[in-house]
Design a protein around this ligand. Structure first.
Ligand SMILES: Nc1ncnc2c1ncn2[C@@H]1O[C@H](COP(=O)(O)OP(=O)(O)OP(=O)(O)O)[C@@H](O)[C@H]1O
Ligand SMILES: [Mg+2]
Length: 352
């Protein structure tokens, strides 16, 4: 799955852009505030229905415009498919192959996109929410039963939490569904972590010269089933008015050189570790469900010269379509495949 064409209207500083990317590699250069990250963001939005920067969808609309539009042509199962979306302050419209879709979430299947940006270390440093999202994105793309299971779990959790706040006596009516979907989710995530670990270890050795341990924490005590944990937590759940155990409390514990990565390794090492995990995910996705799209936003600002060259060289060996931004072409000299684009004041032109 690759991006064949992207037409952007009124997305951040990009008023009107037609982007015809190369199927393998694309370099996007431009000065600060020219619109490089905005271009990657537009691309990410087509795949995920959200930005990778902390911003509400309507904050992405160009100042003074009522809405932004993105029309992407993507290669999907051997044919071209058009994904269209419009985001206005109050409304969202999504079309997949000309047919209206219910939500932005439905886009995820058509353009698997992953990003490594200057905030990548947050995957390691911040709370477990980002790591669960990372994990679930990976499972979603390799395991087709995931989405339905995840939705069932979220529905049951929402209803149970609502009941805990309004009528705690009926909350346990949601337990069977919560347990069944929750245990299934747990099995899928564990299997994924087992598959991801050797690929991630390889990338961590490549970047950090260290051994990675990934430990999946279910979100409830290891010596209990989810049913036992829910029953044990019943009174606390009532006191807090929320379900305190289950896959929605899971985490992925990261250890490098036998030390917990969070709060222990340097910021630079956190960036490398997070990049290693994301690249491992892209690589695993390629082998399981075909190539996707990888965005590298300003890697030259994050990595020393030696690591940057190694990263760019290795990324080109992946089958995924790559988009790399930078202030100048010289910094990205190691990245040789594909086309080069220049962005200036929100205007894009191909230069090579
Ligand atoms: N909603 C918006 N409407 C109009 N312009 C916006 C909007 N949001 C952000 N911008 C502007 O878009 C410009 C480009 O931002 P962007 O982050 O894409 O630049 P960049 O080329 O990645 O810069 P850098 O090299 O500093 O990372 C900035 O000047 C920013 O203020
Ligand atoms: Mg930028």
């Amino acid at each position: 799955m690759a991006l064949e064409k992207l037409v952007i209207k009124n997305f951040r500083c990009l008023e009107s852009v037609e982007f015809d990317p190369h199927p393998d590699g694309n370099i996007i250069v431009g000065e600060n505030a020219s619109g490089k990250t905005s271009l990657l963001e537009a691309l990410f939005f087509v795949g995920r229905g959200r930005s990778f920067r902390p911003s509400q969808a309507d904050g992405l609309i160009k100042d003074g415009s009522p809405a932004f539009q993105l029309v992407a042509t993507v290669g999907h199962k051997g044919r071209s498919l058009v994904l269209g979306l419009e985001v206005a302050k109050e409304t969202r419209t999504v079309r997949i192959g000309g047919q209206p879709a219910k939500s932005l979430g439905e886009l995820a299947e058509y353009l698997p996109v992953q990003v490594i940006d200057p905030d990548v270390h947050k995957l390691v440093e911040d709370g477990p929410g980002g790591r669960r999202q990372f994990l679930d994105f990976g499972v979603f793309h390799v395991e087709h039963t995931f989405l339905e299971t995840w939705r069932r779990y979220q529905r049951a959790l929402k209803q149970r939490n609502k009941a805990l706040k309004t009528d705690p006596k009926v909350a346990s009516a949601w337990d069977p569904e919560l347990i069944q979907a929750g245990e299934a989710l747990d099995v899928l995530r564990r299997a994924y972590v087992d598959e991801l670990l050797p690929v991630a270890q390889d990338w961590v050795r490549f970047f950090l010269d260290g051994d990675l341990e990934l430990r999946y924490r279910s979100g409830w005590a290891v010596d209990r089933t989810l049913a036992e944990a829910l029953s044990h937590s019943r009174q606390r759940d009532r006191d807090f008015g929320a379900t305190l155990v289950g896959p929605h409390r899971a985490d992925l514990e990261l250890r490098v050189h036998e030390r917990a990565a969070r709060g222990r390794v340097s910021r630079g090492q956190q960036k490398l570790l997070a990049s290693a995990l994301l690249l491992a995910q892209v690589e695993l996705m390629e082998t399981r469900s075909g190539p996707g799209v990888l965005l590298l936003d300003d890697p030259a600002a994050e990595l020393d010269g030696e690591r940057l060259s190694r990263l760019l060289a290795r990324v080109q060996g992946l089958g995924s379509q790559c988009f790399v931004t930078g202030l100048s072409l010289e910094a990205l000299a190691e990245f040789k495949s594909g086309s080069v684009f220049h962005v200036e004041q929100g205007k894009l032109r191909r230069v090579l």
